[in-house]
Write a protein that binds this ligand. Structure first.
Ligand SMILES: [Zn+2]
Length: 273
């Protein structure tokens, strides 16, 4: 009650300034600019004359304008009330249901999301078997390598798979594309298989496999070295052809470019089967 009267006094302050203002000029200026606002919460009435305000307060005919709410605010409020209501409802229902063990189990089932256990774990890596089409393609490339003594690089074959067209249609769908590693292991297996078949007396397959891996590593190193040298040579001779620019870029960014597959086919340390 005290608070209200205090507020009222504060609201009525402009009157004092008006009544105390002696000059008529000032009074008229104040009259035009200062309005007496009703201090009732929500009321939008304003009055030019103090008497009218008093009358308004006495009659209590306040004019209320529906407050405007931002959609965001409304949404937040709705969400909050919903959460509160839902929380209460569930608490009650849980309390009711936990009185019985069977019901508790049922309620647990009710809240289950239908996800299997371990759904958030990363997917198990499957050693997917190669399809007939993939195997055929890789075998073809492997045999080509054996015939020409120039082995296909797995990275190059990855793009080859992407680009390969048969009768104007792409031969492999996106799901059939292979990464470099399965191609490499396929080649490794294939080579081991053939070596085992041919030299089943001397070398063990394991040793051969090791040699093969070393081979791959050596080849990679020598390839990069060759590429680097080629670039330097190209730069020295200032043959700024498109090709050399591409090569430099490739080395600078250490990217294995597929545009230069022919150059990367290396015959380094190719051993006869
Ligand atoms: Zn009012």
């Amino acid at each position: 009650m005290h608070e209200w009267t205090e507020k009222k006094e504060m609201a009525l302050k402009p009157i004092k300034t008006i009544t105390m203002a002696k000059s008529r000029e000032k009074e008229s200026k104040l009259k035009s600019s200062v309005l007496f606002e009703c201090n009732e919460e929500g009321c939008i009435n304003k009055f030019l004359k103090y008497n009218n305000l008093v009358h308004h307060l006495a009659t209590g005919k306040h004019v209320r304008k529906p407050a405007k709410h931002l959609l965001k605010d409304t949404a937040i409020q709705l969400y909050k009330s919903k959460l509160e209501r839902m929380g209460n409802l569930e608490m009650i229902s849980l309390m009711l249901e936990t009185s019985n063990i069977e019901d508790t189990i049922k309620s647990k089932e009710k809240f289950s999301t239908g996800l299997r256990e371990g759904w958030a774990l990363s997917k198990e890596r499957k050693n997917a078997r190669l399809s007939v089409k993939q195997t055929q393609f890789l075998l073809e490339k492997f045999n080509e390598g054996v015939r020409t003594f120039v082995r296909w690089k797995p990275e190059v074959l990855v793009t080859k798979m992407h680009e390969l067209k048969v009768n104007g249609k792409f031969n492999f769908t996106a799901s059939e594309f292979l990464m470099a590693s399965p191609i490499r292991s396929f080649f490794s297996r294939e080579k081991a298989k053939r070596q085992k078949f041919q030299l089943n007396e001397n070398d063990t397959v394991d040793q051969e496999n090791e040699f093969f891996q070393d081979d791959l590593a050596l080849e990679e190193i020598s390839d990069r070295e060759a590429l680097r040298q080629e670039c330097e040579k190209a730069l020295d001779e200032e043959e700024q052809t498109e090709n050399s620019v591409q090569l430099t870029r490739a080395v600078k960014h250490n990217v294995s470019t597929y545009d230069i597959s022919d150059k990367r086919r290396s015959s380094f340390s190719k051993r006869k089967l």
